[in-house]
Design a binder for this molecule. Structure first.
Ligand code: FA5
Length: 336
């Protein structure tokens, strides 16, 4: 078959194609790897050089015409509902195109903060915020920690380098600084919680990090007593960890509360064991602190507490090492 005959035969067949199967048969016959155009092209290679050029040009034109005719027929048949199988195979597995996209979620520490602030919200607390870069007045002085107090040792705090004589700034070592910021702005009654990061140059181990999160609580009003504090901590622990946990106070010392306590929660484990775990510090707001912010300690009393968020998240989810929370290994994080 010469090239003109080939083109004419193809054109004729194209005009009669009525189904996708016929179109595919046409493609294989003319355009396929063992098709007629391939045979024509093989034949071309056998021709003497002077004929190659003229036949080559002609072959290209025919090839293009058949290719275009094929594409047109394909478009025509694809648009015709009778030629396309429109039935849906409901047993076919879903497309996996999105398999590499993982939806993100909040970090476990932030989930814990949200759960805790939600809970305290239900108990009538609102949320207050304070700066992470804090001055010594709010982090120490107003909290009854005078200049020579050992807690202010530069080895135990992250101070920010400043010119001599300039106000000293530091990365806050406790969210208790927010107690002062709130009392400066707001008159009692006060009932706030304040979550946020704190920084201490502690040696890192399974339960210590140099950056961690605390939630501070502060209640100041008339007639607030230690019973309110104890009830608040106990209700929080039972609501967060389960009705069967017990709480206890141990005498402790903080310069800004008097009396002060550390509070523990007793967890009951599946193997029958129970253990007391320290969750934070608390106490009755020291009258000196109230005076410092011009709140009358004869009229108002208050309580405060500070919780370690990482320790709470670890307890809640059975995480043994605080470092896992900061290594950002997705295999660990995606479990929560
Ligand atoms: C305080 O920081 C007091 N401001 C708490 C307070 C507030 C007392 C209000 C009274 C009234 P303490 O240093 O114990 O206290 O820290 C509180 C909690 O933070 C600890 O119980 C612990 O859960 C957590 N914590 C302390 N140091 C670290 C650390 N390096 N890494 C992780 N968590 C820590």
């Amino acid at each position: 078959m010469n090239l003109d005959e080939l083109q004419a035969a193809a054109q004729k067949e194209l005009s009669t194609l009525a189904t996708m199967e016929q179109l595919e048969a046409f493609r294989i016959k003319y355009l396929g790897g063992k098709g007629l155009l391939k045979a024509a092209s093989d034949h071309l290679k056998t021709l003497p050089n002077d004929q190659k050029r003229t036949h080559g040009g002609k072959l290209n034109t025919v090839k293009q015409a058949i290719q275009i005719g094929y594409e047109e027929a394909k478009t025509r048949l694809a648009g015709n509902p009778e030629t396309v199988d429109t039935r849906v195979d409901i047993t076919e597995p879903g497309r996996m195109a999105f398999v590499d996209y993982h939806s993100g979620s909040l970090h476990i520490v932030h989930q814990t903060i949200e759960a805790l602030t939600d809970l305290f919200g239900q108990m009538g607390f609102s949320i207050a915020e304070g700066p992470e870069i804090e001055d010594e007045f709010h982090n120490f002085e107003a909290l009854n920690v005078p200049p020579q107090h050992p807690a202010r040792d530069p080895l135990d705090n992250f101070y920010i380098q400043r010119p001599p004589g300039a106000t000293a700034y530091m990365l806050r070592s406790q969210t208790s600084s927010v107690q002062i910021r709130v009392l400066e702005k707001q008159k009692p009654p006060i009932r706030i919680v304040s979550p946020g990061r704190v920084y201490r140059p502690d040696t890192v181990d399974a339960t210590h990090s140099f950056m961690f999160h605390q939630i501070e609580g502060l209640v100041v009003d008339e007639h607030i007593t230690m019973i309110d504090l104890k009830t608040c901590i106990d209700q929080f622990a039972k609501a967060f960890f389960g009705a069967d946990v017990e709480t206890r106070f141990r005498p402790s010392f903080f310069p800004f509360t008097e009396p002060s306590a550390e509070f523990d929660v007793q967890f009951h484990y599946a193997d029958g064991e129970s253990r007391w775990v320290e969750l934070g510090g608390c106490g009755m707001v020291d009258p000196n602190v109230l005076e410092m912010v011009h709140v009358d300690p004869e009229k108002y009393t208050g309580f405060a507490f500070g919780l370690g968020v990482e320790r709470i998240a670890m307890r809640k989810h059975g995480i043994e090492d605080i470092r896992l929370l900061f290594e950002n290994d997705v295999r660990f994080l995606q479990q929560f």
